[in-house]
Design a protein around this ligand. Structure first.
Ligand code: GRF
Length: 203
């Protein structure tokens, strides 16, 4: 299974996927890394892993549609089976989402449906929650609203800041994202009528 990974920043989730794909018998490989930011550290991670990467800078396009068309062209040049958003900080057009329907995953740093959008860690702290986490989900046209695949839950501890909480969540992100991609690569994971099917069961 060939996977294209889209990033905008540090790429620690990309690293987790690269590490998983390097394991003996891994059912997937990363065929392309694409960043909308030239300075994204994830590009260095791709280079160190020997994976082809490219930069498609959204600022060079007059509108979202043109940017997304360029993204599609670049992604499809490696003919991936799966497209993975890993800290990719751009909202995608409905055309893009439809083009990859059922083979487009995202990881969001909250226990969806709680805290769609930004600043999730601070919002969980402000709400006085006792737990927080991350969700891998299929991407649909509804932002952070596609069917969930797997969640990781972490405790919120006394004295936590948004940063300390983000770090605790990220450790778990690096576990559940490779897990979900592995399921997909093993053909155990599908999106059916906007629902997640895992091992033949609708979640
Ligand atoms: C992660 O926290 C992810 O949940 C969110 O963006 C962050 C990306 O981090 N969507 P990294 O670039 O993978 O280190």
């Amino acid at each position: 299974c060939k996977v294209a990974v889209l990033i905008s920043g540090s790429g620690s989730n990309l690293q987790a996927l690269l590490d998983a794909s390097a394991q003996a018998g891994a059912p997937f490989s990363v065929c392309s890394v694409i960043s909308n930011k030239p300075e994204a550290y994830g590009l260095t991670r791709a280079a160190e892993a020997g994976v082809t990467s490219s930069i498609i800078d959204h600022r060079e396009f007059p509108n979202r549609e043109d940017f997304d068309q360029a993204l599609i062209a670049e992604i499809d040049s490696c003919q991936p089976d799966l497209v993975v958003l890993a800290g990719f900080m751009r909202i995608l057009t409905p055309e893009f989402v439809r083009h990859y329907s059922g083979r487009l995953l995202n990881i969001h740093p909250s226990l969806l449906p709680k805290y769609q959008g930004l600043h999730t860690h601070q919002r969980a702290l402000d709400a006085g929650d006792s737990e927080h986490g991350a969700t891998v989900h299929f991407v649909t046209e509804e932002l952070d609203g596609g069917p969930p695949i797997v969640q990781a839950v972490v405790p919120i501890k006394k004295g936590d800041t948004a940063d300390s909480l983000a770090k605790r969540v990220q450790v778990q992100e690096h576990v559940i994202y490779p897990m979900a991609v592995t399921w997909f690569a093993e053909k155990r994971l599908h999106m059916l009528d906007d629902r997640t099917q895992l091992d033949g069961e609708l979640l």
